[in-house]
Design a protein around this ligand. Structure first.
Ligand code: FPP
Length: 252
């Protein structure tokens, strides 16, 4: 991570540099319309497009979307299959456009659980867009924050077995540099749609100082105006990073 909010105070701007979203409410959106839950996910993909465009217009540099958590395997088999098909179809259909728009696409999570075709498509899409820098779009798939901290710890001990005998020498950055999104700045703005107010094991390490925005709007209904409302709310926040308001005023 370029800057750790618990070590250094990062620069704050009115437009968040890194936005992360839990896209919740697809199932309820569909159920209220007497449609199968899967119809909500299909509509959810359209909302992804709208939000990506909105973030691009606004100058957001990093957009990270929670598409499938480690816990989502517990859903009915039919829904899991549809979600996988949607990922495959969306990747096949959208990667060319993303590339033209200068979007760098990455997928984070334990991808070993996905079928080989999907893993291949992900790799190809990441390679195709790897030189782009206008907007970094990351999809968290089979991702869990605890999994991420665990894999970083394992990675660290593999790289530095000596630390097992000298744990006091372990620093925050040794772990954060091995998290699966180590290349991104910490999130400035977290959005969760669908009315629930929890983090659900998403980026738990990185959210330490993130501004949290919750909206009852279901993800398929989340549009440009909803995104604008979240940005307006964010711009009104006083990001103190542990300091007092008085200290903050003096530093501005
Ligand atoms: C949560 O809604 C949503 C998901 C588990 C899947 C999110 C997937 C998409 C928006 C589509 C695919 C995205 C990409 C990037 C291709 P929920 O089903 O938990 O809704 P509920 O709480 O109303 O049941």
């Amino acid at each position: 991570m370029s800057v750790s909010s618990t070590q250094v105070i990062p620069e704050s701007t009115d437009v968040p540099r890194h936005v992360v979203i839990i896209m919740d409410g697809n199932g309820r959106w569909a159920t209220r319309r007497f449609l199968p839950r899967t119809a909500g996910h299909v509509r959810g993909v359209q909302a992804v497009r709208r939000v990506l465009e909105g973030c691009g217009r606004k100058g957001v540099k990093y957009l990270t979307l929670f598409a499938f958590s480690s816990e989502n395997w517990r859903r009915p088999q039919e829904e899991v299959s549809l979600l996988m098909r949607l990922f495959v179809q969306t990747l096949e259909k959208e990667v060319g456009k993303l590339d033209e728009q200068g979007v760098r696409l990455r997928v984070v999570g334990d991808l070993s659980a996905f079928e080989p075709k999907l893993q291949g498509l992900i790799k190809a899409a990441e390679q195709r867009t790897c030189a782009n820098d206008r907007l970094h779009l990351t999809i968290a798939a089979n991702y869990g924050g605890r999994w991420d901290i665990l894999q970083a710890t394992r990675h660290l001990l593999r790289d530095r077995p000596d630390l097992a005998q000298n744990p006091d020498a372990i620093t925050e950055s040794m772990l954060s540099d091995r998290l699966s999104m180590a290349w991104a700045p910490e999130p400035d703005l977290f959005i969760r749609t669908g009315g629930e107010q929890r983090v659900s094991n998403f980026l738990i390490w990185q959210l330490a100082y993130t501004e949290m925005y919750f909206t009852p709007t279901f993800w398929p209904d989340f549009d440009a105006a909803s995104l604008e409302a979240a940005f307006t709310w964010y711009a009104s926040r006083e990001r103190r990073f542990g300091r007092t308001s008085e200290q903050l005023e003096k530093s501005n």
